[in-house]
Design a protein around this ligand. Sequence first.
Ligand code: NAD
Ligand code: TYD
Length: 380
Amino acid sequence: MSYKETILITGGAGFIGSHVVRLFVNKYPDCHIINLDKLTYAGNLANLKDIEDRPNYTFVKGDICDFEMLMKLFSGQQVTGVIHLAAESHVDRSIKDPFTFAQTNVMGTLALLQAAKLTWEALPEKFEGKRFYHISTDEVYGALEMTHPEGIQPPFTTKASSGKHHLSYGEQFFTEDLKYQPHSPYSAAKASSDHFVRAFHDTYGLPTIVTNCSNNYGPYQFPEKLIPLFINNIRHRKPLPVYGKGENVRDWLYVEDHARAIDLIFHKGKIGDTYNIGGFNEWKNIDIIKVLINTVDRILGRPEGEDMNLITYVTDRAGHDLRYAIDSSKLQRELGWEPSLQFEEGIEKTVRWYLDNQEWMDNVTSGDYQNYYNEMYNGR
Ligand code: NAD
Ligand code: TYD
Protein backbone atom coordinates (compact mmCIF):
# COMPACT_ATOMS: atom_id res chain seq x y z
CA MET A 1 0.00 0.00 0.00
CA SER A 2 1.26 3.48 -0.74
CA TYR A 3 0.85 5.95 2.07
CA LYS A 4 0.01 9.64 1.93
CA GLU A 5 2.82 10.45 4.32
CA THR A 6 5.50 8.75 6.44
CA ILE A 7 5.86 10.11 9.94
CA LEU A 8 8.86 9.16 12.06
CA ILE A 9 8.08 9.24 15.79
CA THR A 10 11.15 8.86 18.02
CA GLY A 11 10.85 7.53 21.57
CA GLY A 12 7.48 5.97 20.76
CA ALA A 13 7.97 3.10 23.23
CA GLY A 14 8.17 5.51 26.16
CA PHE A 15 5.41 7.10 28.19
CA ILE A 16 4.25 10.07 26.08
CA GLY A 17 5.54 8.61 22.81
CA SER A 18 3.35 5.52 23.14
CA HIS A 19 0.24 7.69 23.46
CA VAL A 20 1.29 9.74 20.42
CA VAL A 21 2.01 6.60 18.35
CA ARG A 22 -1.36 5.07 19.32
CA LEU A 23 -3.22 8.27 18.42
CA PHE A 24 -1.51 8.64 15.03
CA VAL A 25 -1.76 4.95 14.05
CA ASN A 26 -5.49 4.92 14.85
CA LYS A 27 -6.37 8.35 13.49
CA TYR A 28 -4.31 8.28 10.27
CA PRO A 29 -4.60 4.84 8.62
CA ASP A 30 -3.44 6.45 5.35
CA CYS A 31 -0.11 7.46 6.97
CA HIS A 32 2.82 5.19 7.70
CA ILE A 33 3.91 5.63 11.33
CA ILE A 34 7.46 4.54 12.13
CA ASN A 35 8.42 4.29 15.78
CA LEU A 36 12.19 4.60 16.26
CA ASP A 37 13.25 3.70 19.78
CA LYS A 38 16.43 2.42 21.39
CA LEU A 39 14.43 0.59 24.07
CA THR A 40 16.40 1.93 27.00
CA TYR A 41 15.13 1.06 30.48
CA ALA A 42 12.28 3.54 29.80
CA GLY A 43 11.17 2.03 26.50
CA ASN A 44 8.63 -0.78 26.66
CA LEU A 45 6.87 -2.19 23.62
CA ALA A 46 4.15 -3.61 25.86
CA ASN A 47 2.91 0.01 25.93
CA LEU A 48 1.87 -0.48 22.29
CA LYS A 49 0.52 -4.04 22.33
CA ASP A 50 -2.91 -2.96 21.09
CA ILE A 51 -1.57 -1.43 17.86
CA GLU A 52 1.60 -3.42 17.14
CA ASP A 53 -0.02 -5.46 14.34
CA ARG A 54 -1.53 -2.55 12.43
CA PRO A 55 -0.49 -2.40 8.77
CA ASN A 56 0.43 1.30 8.95
CA TYR A 57 2.78 0.80 11.95
CA THR A 58 6.47 -0.15 11.91
CA PHE A 59 8.80 -0.44 14.87
CA VAL A 60 12.52 0.15 14.36
CA LYS A 61 14.94 -0.50 17.20
CA GLY A 62 17.70 2.09 16.96
CA ASP A 63 19.60 4.90 18.60
CA ILE A 64 18.97 8.52 17.53
CA CYS A 65 22.73 9.10 17.95
CA ASP A 66 23.42 6.62 15.10
CA PHE A 67 23.69 9.08 12.23
CA GLU A 68 24.33 6.51 9.47
CA MET A 69 21.29 4.48 10.48
CA LEU A 70 19.21 7.69 10.48
CA MET A 71 20.36 8.61 6.96
CA LYS A 72 19.33 5.15 5.68
CA LEU A 73 16.00 5.35 7.49
CA PHE A 74 15.15 8.83 6.17
CA SER A 75 15.88 8.08 2.54
CA GLY A 76 14.81 4.42 2.52
CA GLN A 77 11.44 5.13 4.15
CA GLN A 78 10.79 8.50 2.53
CA VAL A 79 10.14 10.19 5.85
CA THR A 80 8.17 13.44 5.44
CA GLY A 81 7.54 14.37 9.06
CA VAL A 82 9.33 13.88 12.37
CA ILE A 83 7.87 14.00 15.87
CA HIS A 84 10.86 13.81 18.17
CA LEU A 85 10.25 12.57 21.71
CA ALA A 86 13.23 10.26 22.31
CA ALA A 87 15.17 11.51 25.30
CA GLU A 88 16.55 10.68 28.69
CA SER A 89 13.77 12.18 30.78
CA HIS A 90 14.33 11.72 34.52
CA VAL A 91 15.86 14.59 36.52
CA ASP A 92 17.22 12.34 39.31
CA ARG A 93 19.08 10.17 36.78
CA SER A 94 20.51 13.30 35.12
CA ILE A 95 22.00 14.39 38.45
CA LYS A 96 23.81 11.04 38.71
CA ASP A 97 24.78 10.66 35.04
CA PRO A 98 24.77 13.93 33.06
CA PHE A 99 26.83 12.52 30.16
CA THR A 100 24.08 10.18 28.95
CA PHE A 101 21.69 13.13 28.94
CA ALA A 102 24.02 15.30 26.85
CA GLN A 103 24.63 12.39 24.49
CA THR A 104 21.02 11.44 23.80
CA ASN A 105 19.21 14.74 24.26
CA VAL A 106 21.76 17.00 22.57
CA MET A 107 23.84 14.86 20.19
CA GLY A 108 20.88 12.60 19.33
CA THR A 109 18.70 15.59 18.46
CA LEU A 110 21.53 17.06 16.39
CA ALA A 111 21.98 13.78 14.48
CA LEU A 112 18.24 13.69 13.76
CA LEU A 113 18.21 17.32 12.59
CA GLN A 114 21.19 16.77 10.31
CA ALA A 115 19.72 13.57 8.81
CA ALA A 116 16.41 15.35 8.11
CA LYS A 117 18.16 18.35 6.61
CA LEU A 118 20.55 16.39 4.36
CA THR A 119 17.83 14.03 3.13
CA TRP A 120 15.17 16.64 2.51
CA GLU A 121 17.34 19.29 0.89
CA ALA A 122 18.52 16.70 -1.68
CA LEU A 123 14.92 16.19 -2.87
CA PRO A 124 13.54 18.21 -5.81
CA GLU A 125 10.84 19.74 -3.60
CA LYS A 126 13.39 20.27 -0.75
CA PHE A 127 11.67 21.25 2.54
CA GLU A 128 8.23 21.71 0.94
CA GLY A 129 5.62 19.67 2.85
CA LYS A 130 8.15 18.57 5.49
CA ARG A 131 8.00 19.09 9.23
CA PHE A 132 10.40 18.51 12.12
CA TYR A 133 8.53 18.76 15.43
CA HIS A 134 10.63 18.71 18.61
CA ILE A 135 8.96 17.89 21.92
CA SER A 136 10.46 19.70 24.90
CA THR A 137 9.73 20.55 28.49
CA ASP A 138 8.76 23.58 30.58
CA GLU A 139 11.80 22.82 32.77
CA VAL A 140 14.01 24.76 30.32
CA TYR A 141 12.57 28.00 31.73
CA GLY A 142 13.91 27.26 35.22
CA ALA A 143 11.90 27.80 38.40
CA LEU A 144 9.23 30.35 39.31
CA GLU A 145 8.72 32.11 42.65
CA MET A 146 5.70 31.63 44.87
CA THR A 147 4.73 35.27 45.32
CA HIS A 148 1.73 37.55 45.02
CA PRO A 149 2.03 41.34 44.41
CA GLU A 150 -0.15 42.12 47.45
CA GLY A 151 1.47 39.50 49.64
CA ILE A 152 -1.55 37.16 49.55
CA GLN A 153 -0.63 33.63 50.60
CA PRO A 154 -0.83 31.07 47.81
CA PRO A 155 -2.78 29.37 46.43
CA PHE A 156 -4.90 32.22 45.12
CA THR A 157 -7.25 32.63 42.21
CA THR A 158 -5.56 34.01 39.14
CA LYS A 159 -6.88 35.12 35.79
CA ALA A 160 -4.87 33.68 32.91
CA SER A 161 -4.39 35.66 29.72
CA SER A 162 -6.97 33.25 28.24
CA GLY A 163 -9.48 34.96 30.59
CA LYS A 164 -10.03 31.79 32.66
CA HIS A 165 -9.68 31.67 36.43
CA HIS A 166 -7.62 29.01 38.14
CA LEU A 167 -5.71 28.35 41.35
CA SER A 168 -2.12 29.46 41.30
CA TYR A 169 0.94 29.57 43.57
CA GLY A 170 2.52 32.65 42.02
CA GLU A 171 1.88 35.61 39.80
CA GLN A 172 4.42 34.61 37.13
CA PHE A 173 4.01 32.00 34.42
CA PHE A 174 6.20 30.44 31.76
CA THR A 175 5.41 32.19 28.48
CA GLU A 176 7.03 31.41 25.13
CA ASP A 177 9.19 34.57 25.19
CA LEU A 178 10.72 33.90 28.62
CA LYS A 179 14.47 33.43 28.72
CA TYR A 180 15.82 29.91 29.22
CA GLN A 181 17.28 29.28 32.70
CA PRO A 182 17.65 25.51 33.09
CA HIS A 183 18.97 24.21 36.42
CA SER A 184 19.23 20.44 36.18
CA PRO A 185 21.44 18.50 33.74
CA TYR A 186 18.19 17.17 32.25
CA SER A 187 16.72 20.60 31.56
CA ALA A 188 20.10 21.96 30.43
CA ALA A 189 20.32 19.17 27.84
CA LYS A 190 16.72 19.75 26.71
CA ALA A 191 17.37 23.51 26.48
CA SER A 192 20.43 22.85 24.35
CA SER A 193 18.44 20.60 22.01
CA ASP A 194 15.74 23.30 21.66
CA HIS A 195 18.45 25.80 20.66
CA PHE A 196 19.80 23.42 18.01
CA VAL A 197 16.30 22.94 16.58
CA ARG A 198 15.78 26.71 16.28
CA ALA A 199 19.30 27.12 14.87
CA PHE A 200 18.45 24.64 12.08
CA HIS A 201 15.35 26.67 11.28
CA ASP A 202 17.14 30.02 11.32
CA THR A 203 20.30 28.84 9.54
CA TYR A 204 19.07 26.29 7.00
CA GLY A 205 15.33 26.98 6.84
CA LEU A 206 14.47 23.52 8.21
CA PRO A 207 10.70 23.57 8.90
CA THR A 208 10.77 23.10 12.67
CA ILE A 209 8.30 23.51 15.52
CA VAL A 210 9.10 23.30 19.25
CA THR A 211 6.68 22.77 22.12
CA ASN A 212 7.39 22.96 25.84
CA CYS A 213 4.99 21.03 28.01
CA SER A 214 4.38 20.75 31.75
CA ASN A 215 4.45 17.51 33.80
CA ASN A 216 2.41 14.74 32.22
CA TYR A 217 0.57 11.98 34.08
CA GLY A 218 -1.47 8.97 32.99
CA PRO A 219 -1.08 5.29 31.97
CA TYR A 220 2.27 3.75 30.91
CA GLN A 221 4.54 6.16 32.80
CA PHE A 222 7.72 4.54 34.08
CA PRO A 223 7.42 4.15 37.89
CA GLU A 224 10.45 6.26 38.73
CA LYS A 225 8.29 9.37 38.30
CA LEU A 226 6.23 10.70 41.20
CA ILE A 227 2.69 9.59 40.31
CA PRO A 228 3.14 5.95 39.18
CA LEU A 229 5.87 5.35 41.80
CA PHE A 230 3.64 6.55 44.61
CA ILE A 231 0.51 4.70 43.41
CA ASN A 232 2.50 1.47 43.35
CA ASN A 233 4.09 2.13 46.73
CA ILE A 234 0.73 2.94 48.34
CA ARG A 235 -0.71 -0.26 46.93
CA HIS A 236 2.16 -2.27 48.44
CA ARG A 237 2.28 -0.13 51.59
CA LYS A 238 5.88 0.94 50.95
CA PRO A 239 7.26 4.31 52.15
CA LEU A 240 6.58 7.37 49.98
CA PRO A 241 9.84 9.35 49.69
CA VAL A 242 8.78 13.02 49.64
CA TYR A 243 11.68 15.29 48.67
CA GLY A 244 12.24 18.20 51.05
CA LYS A 245 8.99 19.43 52.55
CA GLY A 246 6.80 18.44 49.60
CA GLU A 247 6.19 22.15 48.95
CA ASN A 248 7.35 22.18 45.30
CA VAL A 249 4.68 22.99 42.75
CA ARG A 250 4.15 21.31 39.38
CA ASP A 251 1.58 21.96 36.65
CA TRP A 252 0.00 18.61 35.66
CA LEU A 253 -1.49 17.62 32.31
CA TYR A 254 -3.19 14.33 31.38
CA VAL A 255 -0.99 12.60 28.79
CA GLU A 256 -3.77 12.11 26.22
CA ASP A 257 -4.40 15.86 26.24
CA HIS A 258 -0.71 16.35 25.45
CA ALA A 259 -0.94 13.82 22.60
CA ARG A 260 -3.97 15.71 21.20
CA ALA A 261 -2.02 18.96 21.35
CA ILE A 262 0.91 17.32 19.52
CA ASP A 263 -1.43 16.11 16.76
CA LEU A 264 -2.95 19.57 16.39
CA ILE A 265 0.39 21.39 16.38
CA PHE A 266 2.05 18.89 14.02
CA HIS A 267 -0.71 19.55 11.47
CA LYS A 268 -1.64 23.20 12.12
CA GLY A 269 1.25 24.80 14.02
CA LYS A 270 3.20 27.64 12.47
CA ILE A 271 6.62 26.66 11.11
CA GLY A 272 9.48 28.17 13.11
CA ASP A 273 7.21 28.79 16.09
CA THR A 274 7.13 27.66 19.73
CA TYR A 275 4.05 26.77 21.79
CA ASN A 276 3.75 26.13 25.50
CA ILE A 277 1.41 23.31 26.53
CA GLY A 278 0.04 23.08 30.06
CA GLY A 279 -2.98 22.46 32.18
CA PHE A 280 -3.33 25.63 34.31
CA ASN A 281 -3.32 22.96 36.99
CA GLU A 282 -0.79 23.69 39.72
CA TRP A 283 -0.38 21.36 42.68
CA LYS A 284 1.99 21.15 45.61
CA ASN A 285 3.59 17.70 45.68
CA ILE A 286 2.32 16.98 49.17
CA ASP A 287 -1.27 17.78 48.16
CA ILE A 288 -1.10 15.48 45.13
CA ILE A 289 0.36 12.76 47.35
CA LYS A 290 -2.60 13.06 49.72
CA VAL A 291 -5.03 12.82 46.79
CA LEU A 292 -3.20 9.69 45.60
CA ILE A 293 -3.36 8.08 49.05
CA ASN A 294 -7.07 8.83 49.44
CA THR A 295 -7.86 7.58 45.92
CA VAL A 296 -5.88 4.32 46.18
CA ASP A 297 -7.28 3.58 49.64
CA ARG A 298 -10.87 4.23 48.49
CA ILE A 299 -10.56 2.08 45.37
CA LEU A 300 -8.92 -0.78 47.31
CA GLY A 301 -11.63 -0.60 49.98
CA ARG A 302 -9.22 0.52 52.70
CA PRO A 303 -10.35 3.22 55.17
CA GLU A 304 -9.73 6.45 53.26
CA GLY A 305 -6.46 8.08 54.29
CA GLU A 306 -5.29 5.03 56.23
CA ASP A 307 -1.97 5.09 54.39
CA MET A 308 -1.00 8.69 55.23
CA ASN A 309 1.61 7.20 57.57
CA LEU A 310 3.58 6.06 54.50
CA ILE A 311 4.59 9.68 53.84
CA THR A 312 8.34 9.85 54.53
CA TYR A 313 10.21 13.14 54.18
CA VAL A 314 13.65 12.57 52.68
CA THR A 315 16.63 14.73 51.66
CA ASP A 316 15.65 17.20 48.99
CA ARG A 317 16.65 16.75 45.33
CA ALA A 318 19.77 18.83 44.53
CA GLY A 319 18.80 22.06 42.76
CA HIS A 320 15.10 21.17 43.15
CA ASP A 321 13.04 23.68 41.10
CA LEU A 322 10.43 25.32 43.31
CA ARG A 323 7.55 25.94 40.94
CA TYR A 324 6.61 25.26 37.31
CA ALA A 325 3.53 26.91 35.81
CA ILE A 326 2.79 27.10 32.09
CA ASP A 327 0.80 29.78 30.37
CA SER A 328 -0.68 27.90 27.39
CA SER A 329 -2.99 30.70 26.27
CA LYS A 330 -1.10 31.21 22.98
CA LEU A 331 -1.97 27.65 21.97
CA GLN A 332 -5.56 28.18 23.01
CA ARG A 333 -5.83 31.51 21.19
CA GLU A 334 -4.12 30.46 17.96
CA LEU A 335 -5.12 26.82 17.56
CA GLY A 336 -8.07 26.43 19.95
CA TRP A 337 -6.49 23.75 22.17
CA GLU A 338 -7.59 23.25 25.78
CA PRO A 339 -7.11 20.38 28.22
CA SER A 340 -10.21 18.18 28.06
CA LEU A 341 -9.88 16.47 31.42
CA GLN A 342 -10.34 17.90 34.89
CA PHE A 343 -7.52 16.84 37.22
CA GLU A 344 -9.86 14.91 39.58
CA GLU A 345 -11.14 12.86 36.63
CA GLY A 346 -7.61 12.33 35.24
CA ILE A 347 -6.20 11.18 38.57
CA GLU A 348 -9.10 8.76 39.14
CA LYS A 349 -8.52 7.25 35.64
CA THR A 350 -4.78 7.07 36.22
CA VAL A 351 -4.97 5.41 39.65
CA ARG A 352 -7.51 2.87 38.36
CA TRP A 353 -5.29 2.10 35.33
CA TYR A 354 -2.22 1.32 37.46
CA LEU A 355 -4.25 -0.75 39.92
CA ASP A 356 -5.93 -2.67 37.05
CA ASN A 357 -2.62 -3.25 35.25
CA GLN A 358 -0.53 -4.77 37.98
CA GLU A 359 1.04 -7.17 35.49
CA TRP A 360 2.41 -4.23 33.46
CA MET A 361 3.76 -2.70 36.66
CA ASP A 362 5.30 -5.99 37.85
CA ASN A 363 7.02 -6.51 34.49
CA VAL A 364 8.44 -3.00 34.56
CA THR A 365 9.60 -3.09 38.16
CA SER A 366 11.20 -6.54 37.73
CA GLY A 367 12.85 -5.56 34.43
CA ASP A 368 11.28 -8.60 32.67
CA TYR A 369 9.95 -6.48 29.80
CA GLN A 370 13.50 -5.68 28.72
CA ASN A 371 14.65 -9.29 28.56
CA TYR A 372 11.60 -10.31 26.55
CA TYR A 373 11.73 -7.54 23.97
CA ASN A 374 15.48 -7.33 23.75
CA GLU A 375 15.51 -11.00 22.71
CA MET A 376 12.63 -10.48 20.31
CA TYR A 377 14.25 -7.54 18.53
CA ASN A 378 17.88 -8.60 18.75
CA GLY A 379 19.66 -8.13 15.47
CA ARG A 380 16.78 -6.31 13.73
P1 NAD B 1 10.28 8.34 28.66
O1 NAD B 1 11.56 8.33 29.43
O2 NAD B 1 9.09 7.64 29.20
O3 NAD B 1 10.55 7.75 27.20
C1 NAD B 1 11.66 8.07 26.43
C2 NAD B 1 11.76 7.08 25.27
O4 NAD B 1 12.89 7.44 24.47
C3 NAD B 1 11.96 5.63 25.70
O5 NAD B 1 11.11 4.78 24.95
C4 NAD B 1 13.42 5.35 25.38
O6 NAD B 1 13.68 3.99 25.05
C5 NAD B 1 13.63 6.26 24.18
N1 NAD B 1 15.06 6.65 24.02
C6 NAD B 1 15.90 7.11 24.97
N2 NAD B 1 17.13 7.31 24.44
C7 NAD B 1 17.04 7.00 23.11
C8 NAD B 1 17.95 7.03 22.03
N3 NAD B 1 19.23 7.39 22.22
N4 NAD B 1 17.52 6.66 20.81
C9 NAD B 1 16.23 6.27 20.62
N5 NAD B 1 15.33 6.19 21.61
C10 NAD B 1 15.72 6.56 22.84
O7 NAD B 1 9.98 9.88 28.38
P2 NAD B 1 8.58 10.66 28.34
O8 NAD B 1 8.20 11.04 29.70
O9 NAD B 1 7.63 9.89 27.50
O10 NAD B 1 9.04 11.99 27.58
C11 NAD B 1 9.05 12.03 26.16
C12 NAD B 1 9.54 13.39 25.70
O11 NAD B 1 8.68 14.40 26.21
C13 NAD B 1 10.95 13.74 26.19
O12 NAD B 1 11.62 14.42 25.16
C14 NAD B 1 10.71 14.65 27.39
O13 NAD B 1 11.77 15.55 27.55
C15 NAD B 1 9.44 15.34 26.95
N6 NAD B 1 8.56 15.80 28.07
C16 NAD B 1 8.18 14.95 29.06
C17 NAD B 1 7.32 15.38 30.06
C18 NAD B 1 6.83 14.47 31.14
O14 NAD B 1 6.16 14.92 32.06
N7 NAD B 1 7.10 13.17 31.10
C19 NAD B 1 6.87 16.70 30.05
C20 NAD B 1 7.28 17.56 29.01
C21 NAD B 1 8.12 17.08 28.02
P1 TYD C 1 9.07 13.87 38.78
O1 TYD C 1 7.90 12.97 38.55
O2 TYD C 1 10.43 13.25 38.87
O3 TYD C 1 9.02 14.99 37.65
P2 TYD C 1 9.90 16.36 37.49
O4 TYD C 1 11.11 16.26 38.33
O5 TYD C 1 10.21 16.34 36.04
O6 TYD C 1 8.98 17.47 37.89
O7 TYD C 1 8.86 14.69 40.13
C1 TYD C 1 7.71 15.48 40.33
C2 TYD C 1 7.90 16.19 41.67
O8 TYD C 1 7.86 15.20 42.72
C3 TYD C 1 9.22 16.88 41.80
O9 TYD C 1 9.03 18.10 42.52
C4 TYD C 1 10.07 15.93 42.61
C5 TYD C 1 9.06 15.25 43.49
N1 TYD C 1 9.38 13.83 43.85
C6 TYD C 1 9.38 13.42 45.18
O10 TYD C 1 9.11 14.23 46.10
N2 TYD C 1 9.67 12.12 45.46
C7 TYD C 1 9.97 11.21 44.50
O11 TYD C 1 10.26 10.02 44.81
C8 TYD C 1 9.96 11.64 43.12
C9 TYD C 1 10.27 10.68 42.02
C10 TYD C 1 9.65 12.96 42.85
